[in-house]
Ligand binder design. Sequence first.
Ligand code: BGC
Length: 765
Amino acid sequence: MNSFNVKEVLDQLTIEEKASLCSAADFWHTKTIERLNIPNVMVSDGPHGLRKQEDDPDHLGFGDSVAAVCFPSASALACSFDRDLLKELGNALGDECQAEEVSTLLGPGINMKRSPLCGRNFEYYSEDPYLAGELAASYVNGVQEKGIGTSLKHFAANNQEYRRMSISANIDERTLREIYLTAFEIVVKEAKPTTLMCSYNRINGTYSCENDWLLNKVLRDEWGFEGLVMSDWGAMNERVSALKAGLDLEMPSSSGINDKEIVKAINNKTLDMETLDTATKRVLNLIKHFYDNKKEGISYDKEAHHNLARKIAGECAVLLKNDNILPLQQEQKVCFIGQFAKEPRYQGGGSSHIHSFKVTNAVDSFASMSTTSLKGEEQPSAPFAKGYHLSTDKIDEALLQEAVELAKSVEVAVIFAGLPDSFESEGYDRTHLNLPNCQNILIQEVLKVQPNTLIVLHNGSPVTMPWINDVKAVLDVYLGGQAVGESTIDLLYGKVNPSGKLAETFPVKLEDNPSYLNFPGTEKEVVYSEGIYIGYRYYEKKAMNVLFPFGHGLSYTTFQYDDMKLSNTIMKDTDTLSVSLKIKNTGSVFGKETVQLYVKSPSGTQVRPIKELKGFEKVSLQPNEEKEILFKLDKRSFAYYEMSINNWYVPTGDYEILVGSSSNNILLSQTVHIDSTGHLPFVVTDTTTCGDVYKYVKDPSIFDNLIKKCILSVPLSEDNSLGEGSTEMIKQMFDGMPIHSILSFGDFGITLEDIRNVINQLNAK
Ligand code: BGC
């Protein structure tokens, strides 16, 4: 196909043809316009591999798809805290799409993990919008560098599966801006994704697909998005309203019904041609983009991509606990227990389900490691006991006993535990955070006979760990992709040093989670009453214990943080702050550390978290090696969304820059004073409190004169006649008293007229 000129084509299209381009031909293809030689393009899921369906199309992952490579899923990827790695993954997926002639990869999914119960959390990155946005931007850049498009999803506030196609997520605007939209904003601004996928749900009553505020005002006018917006599969409600709100492409299709609605609306003049042209132009751009960037004769090396999946999995796994038992030594007598050791759970269910061309497990990978290291000499594979069934939560006494007997006979027992497919998936939410009971019992029984027991976890989201104090180590490999067997052995035996950090908090129990009181909501709506307090923002504010904090992850080496310097100690909010520090590997093996930078805002009247992640860098260090790291912080790093000005605002004050190895292990800190250049509107009315007049009016002397005329000047004296603390009491009462109330406390010769006069003069200043 030769390239075409979008404007020329647009000029030649009939209304019917334009409308037809605004929905797909089938599950995965846009329509063709043969008359004008306009071909179609194919889109495919995503996001942690390519799910290209040739026959039996469906959006829930039931039907078959071409054999491809399954990389670790998003919840694992985020634990890498590694922008370069995400880009490398994006590049690989871009190549796969070129080879398979797929124009757009449907991902990444970057919704916030509001509740650990969301069935689709494994497909999402984090509870922190900055982390999710930065990593997803790298992924998008990686895919798009290869000339392939992406579809950032699900825009927005799709934070649960329960009634995802109809529920209204009711969220105040500040919370939306600071938490639920920020990751999207970062990706749109940093990586310019070619498309965005609208979520199924409503936001504050309006379907995302019909949300003019969301799609036209915020996404396009404010953030400058120039690409196409498509609906999630079947998310369309009222087609013409959606088109007006900025929803260009309906997926998959409505068998032409909605196309006719568009034509009807144009003809009866309830829809203007410019709106239809704009959407059609964006669809044509999507098609043109693919053919302009298509590389002929591309193929990809599946084995090489499998090796990349292995490398990535090694960077993502999080060593949660290690009482000096890991890494294991090859001479040690170990056994592997648990069905997952032979049949790992390496991806989640639903539309992201990849048809892996091969999968490795820990038992076989151990055997091949041993064979390789012993140069072909015979080496028995690690003894294995199944321990439990994945298909049922019933305890199988025979399997349990077999596992216990085996554990007794070795030096170290490695138990592979985690969530079976039925425990988490697209389409429904979890109801609890527990592992199957049969697995918890197995761990407890093995611990009775084998103190050197460690756990490898396969899970897409947090689980409770009733045995945490008794096991020697926990390695969380999340859903680590098709090479998870090899990467787990790499990590257990120290061939790879764990470097993942948790991208989400593991709470002690479900009830501790801030969304607990309002998840998943009622039949019609879910109210995000916890506001901006998601994940660690909440647990820290409430000084709660957690099982494992955000940003936590151990290594086989140690690091020393030193020499923190700020470029300024006093600055304006429009200035940039540079933060440098040194980090050294003080252990004896190569390792990687993720240095995390949090900003703590001054305490004041604004509702703000204790601290928020505003920078992170993953550093590789040989033993004794030291590197300098540099962070740049700008206005946004210090700001919150202030509703009175509908904008980001940095209050004047002292901000602490905190640097550490996890959210609860801050190792360096310094303070910078920031002077705000912004102004909050302050209008005095007769209900303004007296205290606020003194706080916000630059020259309150006229008000002072008024106050002095009445008994209210008492609080300014040191009169304790009403008892200890009375001065403070009167002061507080005065501060909180509306101006009009002055008249209620006696006749001071002041009239309402006098008060209004003073108010006018204060506002004039
Ligand atoms: C999912 C999307 C997916 C689409 C196509 C929908 O059900 O929510 O994430 O891309 O199906 O499979």
